[in-house]
Write a protein that binds this ligand. Structure first.
Ligand SMILES: [Zn+2]
Length: 252
């Protein structure tokens, strides 16, 4: 069993087998313990309260790319305020400091892979820290595998509790998930009930009409241009497909 010391006061830490978390008996600082490291816990405070977060969801569900009735017919089945643990890696890449954030807990939630920690927002997390009624989720991933893919050299690493609202809702019998960033108010969503099929048809329709119009114009100018009827139609469809792909990408 390796020996760990408290990163704040230097006292020896008693780490129970099978656990990743130790609390210093002298200064009460909570520390994350991995095979090779003892890490500080930090916390990013909530700046978005539940009322605000629900307003954000409401506005999001009324957005222009959402299914029409989503705003009124989405039924929220879970609205959990929580602190989600992430690893923060400070790296030195080409003489510049770069911060990489990775989940410290297994998750399929959208957005948790790419969180951004607002600069200057970190406070040390210990037993005295107020958690604003949020559930503090425990890390369950090891930090070691991440080191293989990180850029540059290590400056330091820590665990940060990230403020988040985990939202589950149903719409037309389907279940959807999203996360609202409790610090920035950003919405991270996976697949959602969108208007994409409608917009696809209208763009395709417009493209086909333009192609046909070009083709007819061609026939009027010179019968040789008759091929433009076909060419214009296909070009219109290809353009339409590209437009739709673009608009779908921008919704992600
Ligand atoms: Zn200590």
């Amino acid at each position: 069993m390796p020996q760990f010391t408290c990163p704040k006061c230097g006292a020896g830490l008693e780490v129970k087998a099978g656990t990743h978390i130790a609390t210093c008996q002298y200064c009460q600082t909570t520390t994350y313990i991995d095979r090779s490291t003892a890490l500080f816990f930090y916390l990013v405070p909530f700046t978005i309260d539940e009322t605000k977060a629900k307003g954000i969801f409401k506005r999001w569900s009324a957005g222009p790319s959402m299914a029409k009735e989503l705003e009124h017919n989405a039924v929220i089945t879970k609205f959990a305020k929580e602190y989600f643990p992430v690893f923060q890696f400070r790296r030195l890449v080409k003489e510049k400091e770069q911060i990489v954030v990775k989940p410290a807990k297994g998750t399929t939630l959208p957005g948790m892979q790419n969180l951004v920690i607002p600069p200057g927002s970190l406070t040390i997390f210990d037993t005295a820290t107020a958690t604003d009624g949020a559930e503090v989720l425990k890390p369950d991933l090891s930090i070691d595998p991440y080191f293989e893919d990180l850029p540059g050299k290590a400056v330091d690493q820590s665990i940060v509790y990230f403020p988040a609202y985990e939202v589950t809702y149903t719409f037309k019998g389907e279940k959807y998930e999203l996360v609202i960033d409790g610090s920035s108010g950003d919405v991270y969503t996976g697949p959602f009930p969108g208007r994409s099929s409608g917009s696809y048809l209208s763009v395709m329709g417009l493209a086909a009409a333009l192609g046909l119009f070009g083709g007819l114009l061609g026939i009027l100018v010179n019968p040789v241009f008759f091929v433009l009827v076909i060419a214009g139609f296909f070009a219109g469809n290809i353009l339409g497909t590209k437009l739709v792909q673009k608009s779908m990408e921008s919704k992600k």
